[in-house]
Design a protein around this ligand. Structure first.
Ligand code: TXA
Ligand code: MG
Length: 332
């Protein structure tokens, strides 16, 4: 974690709580990406999130809760698996889809009878949740980007993305994880949990806690499974066309002074300071941490295209590969 408890500025937190109580939107730092937060129990406030993001109304949002909050205020039941996952990974980058108490946070549910709950591991998020409704409230918060675009991982990204639509942005520094939480569906009675979106916590880490095989958690979702817009084919996308390309194809075609930017976990083959080549870390965690900032950087340079070097196929890279596949316009 890059920000400690000591860095929490209480007057700033109190100001953010006031705004939330007035139904306004606050930029929320979390360990994954920045969220666009509103009172989950106010239909009008949640409607503002949808308007600011340009998000279709039938797409549900995650409700963020304090680490001492009672999940049963929101969820009607917690399976033994859900309890195990909460005990192991909360606070942390894990979102659980649970059966929802009737009538609770309707505006967050996109018409479904489930609710997605997450307990973020960031001192500012926890401080805000502690002050808001005495720790028992919920903050609806999708990623603080326009619908379908790259998620923000700094406070400056949030301001650039949403401008005046957000009343205040709490600056919690760059997000430690850098990609969105893992979403696990624990709402299907009598069925094992399923990973709906890979993320900060690997399927293997979940399987270790649940005492099952990782593949069991990754089985294709059922027809009746909840919808996950983050699972749309096109999502997390920069405006510049993004192509996934093999290392050899990049080396054969990239020119240092050309209008193409490259993101790869290795240095540029030709040493030329004019070249737009961002060298990413070569481990999956480090790569995830830098990914969205690198895409934003490349997207802001007026390039004709962004080429991203294909990544290793092993499970450690699942979440990053998922995001890049959806960001790509062309995967040749
Ligand atoms: O790391 C994260 O999860 C970040 C930070 C801000 O917490 N939030 C985030 O929110 O990524 P968003 O809205 O960009 O993506 C949330 C995903 C969406 O794909 C949404 O469909 C899914 O969670 N979701 C929310 N409620 C759901 C529900 N009841 N059932 C199934 N999926 C749900
Ligand atoms: Mg999002």
């Amino acid at each position: 974690m890059l920000v400690t408890e000591a860095a929490v500025n209480l007057p700033e937190i109190v100001a953010a709580v006031r705004l939330l109580e007035q139904g306004r939107l606050v930029g929320l730092p979390t360990e994954t990406v920045y969220g666009l937060a509103a009172d989950a129990e106010s239909d009008a406030a949640v409607a503002r999130i949808y308007a600011a993001k340009g998000r279709p109304a039938d797409h549900p949002v995650i409700v963020h809760v304090h680490r001492h909050a009672d999940p049963l205020r929101w969820a009607s039941e917690l399976s033994p698996d859900a309890l195990r996952l909460m005990a192991a990974f909360w606070p942390g980058p894990l979102t659980l889809v649970l059966r929802r108490n009737p009538g609770v946070a309707d505006a967050c549910a996109g018409g479904q009878d489930t609710i997605a709950l997450r307990c973020p591991d960031h001192p500012l998020a926890q401080a805000l949740l502690k002050e808001f409704k005495a720790g028992q409230g919920g903050l609806a918060a999708p990623s603080a980007n326009r619908f379908g675009r790259v998620s923000p991982t700094t406070a400056a990204h949030v301001r650039a993305e949403l401008g005046d639509a957000v009343a205040m942005v709490l600056d919690g520094g760059p997000c430690a994880v850098g990609i969105e939480s893992t979403i696990v569906d624990c709402s299907q009675p009598g069925r094992p949990p399923r990973v709906l979106r890979p993320g900060g916590i690997s399927a293997q880490a979940l399987a270790d806690v649940l005492d099952c095989a990782a593949e069991d958690l990754l089985a294709r979702p059922l027809e009746s499974a909840p919808r996950v817009p983050g699972a749309l084919a096109s999502h997390y996308a920069p405006r510049t066309p993004l192509r996934l390309a093999a290392a050899a194809a990049i080396d054969a075609r990239w020119k240092p002074a050309g209008a193409v930017g490259v993101l790869a976990p290795r240095p540029a083959p030709l040493a030329d300071p004019r070249g737009i080549w961002i060298q990413a870390p070569s481990d999956a965690e480090g790569y995830a941490h830098h990914l969205y900032a690198a895409l934003r950087d490349l997207d802001g340079r007026g390039l004709d295209a962004i080429w991203v070097e294909r990544l290793p196929g092993d499970p450690a890279w699942d979440a990053v590969r998922d995001r890049l596949r959806r960001a790509a316009t062309d995967t040749t």
